[in-house]
Design a protein around this ligand. Structure first.
Ligand SMILES: [Zn+2]
Length: 353
């Protein structure tokens, strides 16, 4: 796996370099010699296929911050998609090695990813040689189009096979269209570019001086979550398995599975900094999320054991000190906690049989 991915990366890097050259040529002829960056929005508009809807407005610049020697991130300003944040709700991560850049997740729209690539260009002239989509929720892959148009269609876009299949199917269309609705049309024109390279637990990538290792431990936030360990930096890009001061929708996931994944990620890595896909990075993010989930799920398990009805479980969860301590600082708490608890209760009930 290691060797095969090394080969793929090298091929991806060559393809990306070649595509850049072709792209720059195209830009010079089709969109005017003044556009030299190759990742500008006008360049993308110029290459949109006939009949494609024009892209929504450009997304305001957000700073790329250094997390560790090789890892840089743009922290998304929003928690849930809205017209105000134009759907920019999940972090964009770039791991920079000697041979090129691996991007982790691409945001909710082509415009968001374009903005991310503009920031990356200020940091390094190295090309993106691969992109990883951590799971199938649209805020993590709808920006793929900008990567494919900037670095070429041969750019490897990695994901688990289940993530790819979901994006290629009705779910992909659903996410794209829903995002347009939630953002008041801001993400319009974004096209679906599914992952093109299946990867799984244990795959590694050598970016030159920095190694990535992929982790998957079954259903957690979705059935197909990938976390990306940046080995030398002791950083774990956990995707949506962990969040920081933000409550996730767990409709596709499992509390038990997430708790199991927390343990496995901790045990199988030397992580010092946890990067969630939503919220800021830090040493304490896993613990923060684990205690919230233990407060919700553990209380539901007790409720089921004691014959407490589902409707009576919510007040018990709200009283749990691990939950109560986090309620006011957690984005989306009020809106989602009822759903969370119902889901946790049903899962706890199932686990009894
Ligand atoms: Zn998600």
């Amino acid at each position: 796996m290691w060797l095969s991915n090394r080969t793929d990366l090298a091929a991806g890097a060559r393809a990306a370099q070649g595509a850049l050259t072709r792209r720059q040529l195209f830009i010079c002829t089709a969109a005017g010699a003044s556009l030299i960056c190759g990742c500008g929005p006008d360049a993308l508009a110029a290459t949109a296929p006939d009949g494609a809807q024009a892209l929504g407005p450009e997304v305001a610049e957000q700073p790329l911050i250094r997390i560790s020697p090789h890892v840089h991130m743009i922290v998304a300003p929003g928690s849930f998609p809205s017209a105000d944040n134009a759907g920019f709700m999940s972090n964009l991560i770039f791991v920079v090695g000697r041979d090129g850049v691996m991007a982790i997740d691409s945001g909710s729209s082509t415009r968001i990813a374009q903005m991310g690539l503009r920031q990356l260009k200020k940091l390094t002239s190295l090309p993106v040689i691969g992109l990883i989509n951590t799971h199938f929720h649209g805020d993590h892959w709808l920006g793929n189009q900008a990567f494919a148009e900037t670095f070429g269609k041969a750019l490897p876009i990695h994901a688990m096979a289940g993530t790819r299949a979901a994006i290629e199917g009705a779910l992909g269309v659903n996410w794209r269209d829903s995002m347009v609705g939630w953002t008041g049309d801001a993400t319009r024109g974004t096209q679906i570019v599914p992952p093109n390279h299946d990867i799984d637990h244990g795959a590694t990538f050598d970016l030159g001086g920095v190694t990535l290792k992929l982790h998957h431990y079954g259903v957690a936030h979705t059935p197909f979550d990938l976390s990306v360990e940046v080995v030398e930096d002791r950083v774990m890009c956990a995707g949506d398995i962990i969040m920081n001061k933000r409550i996730a929708v767990m409709d596709d996931g499992s509390f038990q599975g997430a708790l199991k994944a927390f343990d496995a990620l901790e045990k199988n890595s030397q992580t010092a900094i946890w990067i969630p896909a939503h919220g800021a990075a830090g040493a304490d993010v896993l613990r923060w999320n684990r205690e919230l989930f233990e407060g919700i799920y553990g209380t539901c398990v007790e409720a089921v054991k004691n014959g407490v009805a589902i409707d009576a479980a919510l007040p018990l969860v709200l009283k749990d000190p691990r939950v109560a301590a986090r309620a006011s600082e957690t984005n989306g708490f009020e809106r989602n906690i009822g759903r969370y608890v119902s889901r946790a209760y049903l899962e706890a009930e199932e686990s009894q049989f």
